[in-house]
Structure formats: C-alpha cells, structure tokens
Design a protein around this ligand. Structure first.
Ligand code: SF4
Length: 344
C-alpha cells in the first residue's frame, strides 16, 4: 500500500526515508540556509541540541517546515562539534521524542515507518496473553536487534509471547524498539562535516559553550570519553558481544569488560544496562560491583582492566594485528581511535 506522508508526519518523524527524500528534493545548500528566510530553521536546530543537553529530550513544535528542516541542521551542528558525549546525548533525546510520538501514532503509519525506514517485518495481529492485548507481531530477528539493549526483564525473549518466528508486541513496545533504532542511527558518525559559514560557526560556538559548561558541571571526564565500539580491542568486543547476546561470561571477563567500559567513558547506568542482558542479572548486585570498579564505592579506587599478559593467562585474549604494538586493552583503544580519526 502506498502511504502518503503529510508535512506534519515528516516533521514528526524526520529520521524516516520519506522525510530524507523530501529534504533532498528541496536541493538546499548551506548558502541558502543562511538567508533570513531560514533563520527560524537554524535557531530551532540550535534549540533542539540545547534541549537535548538541558532536559535530555527534544520537544515537538508546531511549525512543520521548521521542525523538519531543523533536524538535519541539528545533526550538522552535532557533527561539526565532533563530541561523542554530545552525539550520544542528542541521539538519546531525539529517540525519546520519537518514542513519545510513535506511541500515539495510528497503526498504518507506525507499520509503514517500521517497514519502510527500518526494513523490519511487522504485521498487525491481535493476541491476548497473560492479561495483556498485543496488537502487532514483529519478526524475532528484528526484535533481537535492539531489545537486548533494554534493562527490564520485560524485554527478555523468554518473557515474550512468541509464535512461528514472531514476537507479539504492544504499540508502546514497537515505539520503544523503533526509538532505540533511531538512537543508534543518530550515534553513527556521518563523515567529515562541511566547512560552515561564520553565521553557523557562531551558532556552533554557542552550543560548544553550553556543552563545555555541562561537562564541567557533571564532571564528565575528557580523557578517553570518545566511546567508539569499533575501536574496542578484539578481546573486549568478544566479551561485549557475548553479554549482548544474553550469554554469561567468566568473573575475570566481567571485571575486564566493566573496568574497560568505565574507563572509556560509559556511565555506571550504561554499564548496568549492558549487563542486564545476562540470564542471572541482579540489578542491585551489578550496581554494587560496577560502582565499586568505578571507584564510587569501596576505597574510591577506579580500577583499570588487566594488562594483556594477564588476560592471556585467563584465556581471554583474541589478538589481532593491532595488538602487536600494545600491551594493554586501553592502549589498543587509544591507538585504534587515533588511527580512525586520522582516516576520517
Ligand atoms: S593482545 Fe591485549 S588487547 Fe589484544 S586481544 Fe589480547 S588481551 Fe586484548
């Protein structure tokens, strides 16, 4: 079925393929955007990011054209700053906006967005189980792309209604999964941003000042806060994949993974969320252990992961070429980040 998106739909869901096609059809370049006609769009672009920084949520405003065009502008500004904390915070804030709007969306539109933008196999399906009504069914492989990132037991596959390769979901579940997909898309780096004209540089500078103030206020560590999963050493990547797939890992591996993630800038809550995928997850115990490793409790010592030699004796080493020049997983991460940044 051909589904027609209104301007309001595009403004509400600027991450969709249809919204991107519409924006491309306008053939706007940066010089167009600095004309007074587009001032409200640029201002709203800045505002989206400031909202993300201040409240962790991007609101939905009335003017459809401004709302739609300000989305790529905000992304351009985020990329220009090249700050991983900002990229994550903005991605989370936009995903919350998407979650809220999608949860109230009509069925046909929601299904169309899920199919066309994300390529997921979703169907309308009425099912009653355990006192709940489920309105949709989603192919289990699509479900497992993002559900393992959620901490609540509700999302564990063993707790879901599953039939013939489909997971039954409520509308709010579909909205939550889509919003997670939006978050991960927005966290992807887009390549080198174009040079900005002075008018835009000034706006980016306003955001930079706000960002730096917030980092100071919240004590965000600048050391190696650029969390880039692609730069993780193979040993850590393997441990992380095991956890995300819901498999248990050894005590030594848990310590190495936790201390690594904390040292590359993940928060305690983010690490807990990752560990929530394992079958024996106990939030209180995990929090206690993660906070201890992060130096928040206990003697105040922030632990680092064991050196490569130690990891080798535990049978956790998965050496590759880049490992030849290092003797610690954090050195691998720093070197790999440097190489990637140079390439970009
Ligand atoms: S050499 Fe070190 S960083 Fe590389 S996989 Fe082995 S333990 Fe990990």
């Amino acid at each position: 079925m051909v589904f027609m998106y209104s301007k309001v739909d595009l403004a509400k869901y600027p991450f969709t393929k249809e919204a991107q096609k519409y924006i491309e059809s306008l053939s706007l370049d940066i010089d167009d955007l600095i004309s007074t006609e587009y001032s409200p769009v640029l201002r709203r672009g800045v505002e989206r990011i400031i909202e993300a920084l201040e409240s962790g949520y991007v609101s939905y405003r009335g003017n459809a054209f401004v709302e739609l065009l300000s989305f790529p502008i905000a992304r351009l500004f985020v990329e220009s700053l090249g700050d991983e904390y900002l990229r994550r915070r903005y991605a989370v804030a936009e995903s919350k906006r998407a979650d809220k709007l999608l949860a109230k969306e009509e069925d046909a539109k929601l299904i169309n967005i899920v199919r066309e933008t994300f390529g997921w196999d979703i169907k309308k399906a009425l099912q009653r189980a355990g006192g709940r009504f489920y309105e949709y069914k989603l192919r289990v492989t699509n479900y497992l792309t993002f559900a393992p990132y959620f901490q609540d037991r509700y999302w564990k596959l063993v707790n879901r209604v599953l039939d013939e390769g489909y997971v039954y979901l409520r509308k709010m579940d579909v909205a939550r999964l889509v919003s997670e997909a939006v978050k991960w898309r927005l966290m992807e780096k887009k390549g080198k941003p174009p040079d900005l004209p002075p008018e835009m540089k000034e706006m980016v500078n306003t955001i930079r000042i706000k960002l730096e103030d917030q980092k100071i206020d919240r004590g965000i560590d600048e050391g190696i806060s650029e969390v880039s999963r692609e730069s993780f050493p193979p040993c850590i990547s393997k441990m992380l994949s095991e956890i995300l797939a819901g498999r248990n890992i050894s005590h030594h591996a848990r310590f190495a993974l936790t201390s690594f993630l904390i040292n590359v800038g993940l928060s305690v809550d983010e690490v807990i969320q990752i560990f929530s995928n394992v079958p024996d997850f106990d939030e209180n115990l995990t929090r206690y252990q993660v906070e201890h490793i992060a130096g928040i409790t206990g003697g105040g010592t922030k632990y680092t992961p064991p050196a490569c030699n130690t990891l080798r004796t535990y049978g956790l080493c998965e050496k590759n070429e880049l490992c030849e020049s290092i003797n610690h997983p954090l050195s691998y991460y720093r070197n790999s980040l440097r190489i990637r940044q140079k390439d970009e």
